[in-house]
Every structure is written in structure tokens, then in C-alpha cells.
Design a protein around this ligand. Sequence first.
Ligand code: A2H
Length: 256
Amino acid sequence: EGIGVQEYTAMKLKVLEWPEEARKKVADKIPEGGNVYFVPATLRPETMYGQNCCFVGPGITYGIYEIAKGKEYYFISDRAARNMAFQSLFPTWGIFPKIAQLRGSDVIGTLVHAPLSIHKDGIRILPMESVKASKGTGVVACVPSDSPDDYATVLDLAKKADYYKIKREWAELDILPIIETPSYGNLTAKYLVESMKINSPKDAKQLAEAKDLAYKEGFYKGKMIYGDFSGKSVEEAKPLVRQQLLDSGDAFAYAE
Ligand code: A2H
């Protein structure tokens, strides 16, 4: 982690359908007409077209926080809620109204609508062991075309679907090419995971290296091949996609 401020784009993924266990825990707390959003924090807003699931840490404790009374609720880590309360993202400065507490494992399988994603019928909340409670919102958008961590994780989830108690097809949605790069083609994460022979999401050292390579190549040499800014460089497109998401209300700025 560097010095200074990390400017995240916090995406709003609306819950369409809870799994049974989670429904029991939230049913009496969310009024009719109230919407809950999972809020992944990303540094790559220009890749959000390719979201094909969304990760939580199965062992992490999360809260559901009231953002607009009776109307809008965020599913985020307690730590993120505290930060947001002091960035005036909640109705009353410094107050973070927690209405429910859940573990990541309680919400696996939740169906959410992800803004910009090509998967319009919704994507699933799935487990990722390497999600850190100490970073962002503790919720991570999964973009397997451009993030080696995400790619390695969806492969593993599909392979061991029974072990993870998920449906295999939840981890096997189509992977959308979004960015073309000179060195790695248009599925950078797949290219790097395969060429570096990364076999599991637990290959932390190699994945860190792959993440570095993917980020540098994508940001400095990548060209958009999908979406409203197709044809522009990633460097140009990134702030444009971000602004579009902020303007539409599908995302908000979050710093830490
Ligand atoms: B990024 P930084 Cl396509 N635990 O979004 C683990 N990882 C987390 C996290 C947490 N609590 N919160 C956010 N992240 C991920 C997209 C993406 C990201 C792509 C490529 C690279 C990439 C889709 N996943 O990140 O340590 C989120 O994944 C590599 C830099 O704060 C977020 O952006 O610098 C990024 O890590 C934030 O990492």
C-alpha cells in the first residue's frame, strides 16, 4: 500500500433475490420497497462491463447500513461504514446506522443487478478467500477478463462448486473482452494466469506479479474494445466511465 489517498469507485449492485438464510436475517429489517445494494470498491471502473460475479470474504463480518430511511441500504464491511460516515456519505455525519449483521458466508448465492455488466439478468455473490476486511468495502467486483485474482478465483469456484456449495454455472458466465493490449491480447488475466502457470487463487506471490503486469499493460497500453468509449485508450476512458457511473447514480466516490 502506497502513501496518499486511494480514490475508489463504489458501485451499487442492487439485490434482486436473497438466498433463504440471508432472507430470514434481513426480512423483518428492510421495509417493503427498500433496496439493498452490495457495494464493491474498484480502481478499474472502465472494466465494469465485464462483471460476472461479485465477491465477499466468507469469514468476514458485514453490516447492512441505512443510507436513506426505508429506501436505500448498503451491504459493506463495518470498517467501510465507519469511513463513509466521516465522508458524509450517510444522512448524519459521523453516524452509521447498522440495521443487520451478516457474515459473507450467509450471502453466497445472492442475485444482484450490476450496473454496466453485460449479464443483464444479474450476477451472483460468491466467496473469495483473499478478500481483505481491511481494504475498500470488503466487497469486490469480479472481472475475470482483466484481473488475474478474479480469473483464478472463478476457475477454482467452478472446479470445486460442490465444496463451495454454489452452482457451477454461477462461476461460469461468459468472460467479456473489454480491453485490447499489445502483449496479452484481449483477455489479459487469462493470458497471464495461463502463461505464468498459476493453478490456484492461493498462488499469492505469482498472482501479485500478474496483477502488477496486468495493471501496467492495461493502463498504459490498453485500448477499449467495448462500451461507449470503445476505441479510446484506457487512460482516457477510465475517468469517462467513472463520471458516467457517478452521473447515473450507479456509483459514488469513496476514498481511503
Ligand atoms: B479491482 P488496492 Cl479488472 N480485498 O477492481 C481484496 N481486493 C480488493 C478489496 C479487498 N477488500 N477491495 C478491492 N479489491 C480489489 C477490478 C480490477 C481491480 C481489475 C483489475 C485489477 C484490480 C475488478 N476486480 O485491482 O490494493 C479491487 O479489484 C488491482 C489493483 O486498493 C480493486 O480494483 O490498490 C483493487 O483490489 C484495489 O486494490
